[in-house]
Design a protein around this ligand. Sequence first.
Ligand SMILES: *Cc1c(COP(=O)(O)O)cnc(C)c1O
Length: 370
Amino acid sequence: MEFVDLAAQRARLRASIDAGVMAVLDHGKFILGPEVAQLEAQLGERVGAHAVGCASGTDAIVLALRALEIGPGDGVIVPSFTFCATAEAVVLVGAVPIFADVDRESALITTATASAAFDAAAAAGVVVKAVVLVDLFGQPVDPTGLATLAAAHGATLIADAAQSYGATLDGASVGALVPVSTTSFFPSKPLGCYGDGGAVFVTDESLVGLLKSLRVHGQGADKYDNVRIGTNSRLDTVQAAVLLAKLAVFDDELDARRELARRYDDGLGEVTRPLTVDPRAESAWAQYTVALANRDDVAAAAKDAGVPTAVYYRAPLHRQPAYSSGLASDDLSNSEWLSDHVLSLPMHPYMSDDDVALVIDVVRRTAIAD
Ligand SMILES: *Cc1c(COP(=O)(O)O)cnc(C)c1O
C-alpha cells in the first residue's frame, strides 16, 4: 500500500502526460513556454484570481512577501504548527517570523491565536506587516475575523495554500479567499507535478506584472532591463505540461479524496479524533489526520500491517533550532500537543476498497482516542 499512489495516477494519465511532455521537447520552449501561460490561465480561472507560476511553493511565499514589499525588520505572523517553509520564506526575505498557536481541533490559526501573536510582536517592538494563514492538511482557514484583525493593524493576509488548491469555503475557492495566496506543485500535493513547482494567486491584477518581474531577475521591458532585484523562479514548461494533463482529472480526484475522507470518518470517528473540518468548507484533503493518545503505538501497528502512515509535524517550528530567533506567542500549547498526537493516514484518489478496509481495521484495533 502506498501513502500517496503516484503510480496509479501515472497509469491513468500515461497517454496525456506523455503527449504533453513530448510536445514541449519538440517545440523546445523550455522556459516560460506556451504551456505555462495556458496553465496559469486555467489555474486562475478555476478559482477566480490571477495565477503566476514559479519554481516551488517555498518560492511562491517568498515572491508573495516580496511583492508586498515585506523585508528586513518587518514582522510576519505564521502558525507554529506547519511545514517549515512557511516560516523559512519569512526569514529568507529578512523578516521576523512571529509564531502563533493553532486551534487544537482543526490545527488552523484562529483570530484569537493571531491576536496573541500581535501582542507578542508589540511587546518586542516589531511591526507586523502580514499574517500567513496555512491551510493545513487541505482545509482553508476562514479569513473573516482574521481580515478584520489584520486590517486594524495595517497588515495583509497571505494564504499558504500549498496543501489546499482545489478547496472551497462557502463555495468560494482557495486562491481568491484572501488578496494573496500561494501553492505548491510538489509531487505529493493534491495537484502535483513531476518535480518542483508552485504558483502565486492574487485577486488584484496590478500585482501580476510585479510577480512576473520578480520571477525573472526583476526584469523591466525584458530580462536585460533590470528594474529591481528579482530572482530566478520560473515554473518549467515541462512541469506545466504535466500539470495541464493532471488538471483535466483534478475535480474527479478531489471527489475521490472527499469520498475516502468520508469513509475514514465513518470507520474511525468513534475510535479516533479526526481533525475537524468546518461544515462550510470542502477540504482538498492533502492529508487525513487523526489525533490519538497512543500515536506512536498506532503507527507501529500500522507499519506491521503494511499500512504506511506519517507524522506531520513532529515538532512545532518554535521548537526548531533554526527558528529560535523567531518571536513566540505566550501560549503555543496546542501546537506542541498536536505535534505529539497527530497521525496522517494514506490519502490519495486511487485507494482500493481492500486497502481502505485494512487501514480502518488496524487503526480501530489499536487506537486510543484523544
Ligand atoms: C509543501 C509546503 C510548502 C512548500 O512547498 P515546496 O513546493 O515544497 O517548496 C509550504 N508550505 C506548506 C504548508 C507546505 O505543505
